[in-house]
Design a protein around this ligand. Structure first.
Ligand SMILES: [Fe+2]
Ligand SMILES: [Fe+2]
Length: 388
């Protein structure tokens, strides 16, 4: 049997890694393709932003899905300390004594091979499967292979693959700028955003695509309008525009759930509700939506809080909380009677807008013959006094 070893830091695993593994799987047809994330790389310092080894392992499990025979091994992570390929090869040699072992290496690794720990042992036990990392490095590869083979009897095969010219380090530098997602699989990118790795902030096109997938189609124009209005208000009143955009995109993500589903999600998320909230599950989407934004989209505290209070309001709201409450209320697709007066109040001040919006809600609720929610009446009193 053929076993191909593909080790690396995978920080994070990107499409270049995937393509290299896929090309190797196709051209060598190994029965086993072991992806081995290292615990601590032997040859370089791990960057400060490096996530836990277990998180790199989980990202590898997502990144290499779909490649025949691929499995992610935690053998180096479990071994702890610096990860030497020679130790890994020794363990695999022992575990699979009859196997033909291959080690996948990129051009850069091949050029520094003599600096590897116990490299002569590795060369005795594996065939190098070399994949180019840069354009036009065929000659470099050929020379090095012939050198290693002449001096140490190294065995090797050169794989045909289109080089993928971006590194994990470069991708990490792009992620905080809301860029770089095109170099990652969607599942790895989602994992990075969800777990707030590398200081990554979501690309807004991606966030819309994911956020809207939670909505009924008919609600998308409202959420688009809310985003537009939230950005406008954030610019006008000096709030963080990106936070306003994020909160607006995600504010109604759990709105389509039925009351039963809302209560079930509250249970899953450990959200505790008082009696009146249990009786008005329609309002719970603010709480579950805030929690979903935090858990699935790595949203910060300000964004989650703005989503949390967008239905009822409360006294003493933050700038962003007021912006999302009001953007939701007066975004361009809203056309209920009285919306123009609230829009006018919002353009005068956010507090005046809050008073007008809250009063409208209280009148509307009373019109149905129901009692307004406590946070809403308290908020109205608060903003009415402030805007007098
Ligand atoms: Fe809502
Ligand atoms: Fe809404």
């Amino acid at each position: 049997m053929k076993t191909l070893i593909y080790g690396g830091t995978f920080n994070p695993p990107h499409l270049g890694h995937f393509k290299a593994a896929a090309a190797a799987a196709e051209q060598l047809s190994p029965e086993r393709l072991l992806i081995v994330p290292d615990n601590i790389a032997p040859h370089k310092e791990m960057a400060d932003y490096t996530p836990e080894a277990s998180q790199r392992y989980e990202m590898c499990a997502l990144a290499f899905q779909g490649i025949k025979g691929a499995e992610v091994s935690d053998m180096e992570i479990r071994r702890s300390g610096r990860s030497y390929s020679s130790d890994t090869v020794a363990l695999l040699r022992e575990k699979y004594p009859e196997d033909e072992l291959f080690l996948l290496v990129g051009t850069d690794m091949l050029l520094s091979f003599e600096q590897w720990h116990d490299f002569e042992y590795i060369l005795k036990n594996v065939t190098l499967a070399v994949i180019s990392r840069e354009k036009d490095d065929k000659e470099k590869i050929r020379k090095n292979i012939s050198y290693l083979s002449g001096k140490y009897g190294a065995r090797s095969v050169v794989l045909e693959a289109e080089p993928f010219v971006i590194s994990s380090t470069e991708i990490c530098a792009l992620l905080p700028e809301r860029k770089g997602r095109e170099y990652l699989s969607d599942s790895v990118y989602s994992y990075i955003i969800k777990n707030r790795l590398y200081g990554a902030k979501p690309d807004f096109d991606w966030l819309r695509e994911k956020g809207w997938s939670y909505l009924k189609k008919s609600r998308i124009p409202h959420v688009m309008g809310c985003e537009q209005k939230a950005v406008e208000l954030a610019e006008l009143y000096g709030a963080d525009v990106d936070d306003a955009r994020t909160a607006a995109i995600l504010h109604d993500s759990t709105k389509k759930l039925s009351p039963e589903e809302q209560l079930k999600l509250c249970d899953t998320y450990g959200i505790i509700n008082d009696k009146s909230e249990m009786e008005t599950p329609k309002l719970l989407h603010a709480k579950t939506g805030a929690e979903l934004a935090r858990r699935e989209f790595g949203a910060n505290r300000e964004v989650c809080s703005a989503i949390r209070w967008h239905t009822t309001g409360k006294p003493g709201m933050s700038l962003l909380e007021k912006i999302i409450y009001l953007a939701d209320y007066v975004e361009p697709t809203r056309d209920f009677p009285g919306v123009e007066e609230i829009r006018k109040a919002v353009s005068e001040s956010l507090d005046a807008g809050m008073a007008a919006g809250l009063k409208n809600t209280i009148d509307e609720v009373k019109g149905y013959g129901t009692v307004p929610y406590k946070d809403t009446t308290e908020a109205y009193e608060y903003y009415r006094k402030l805007s007098e």
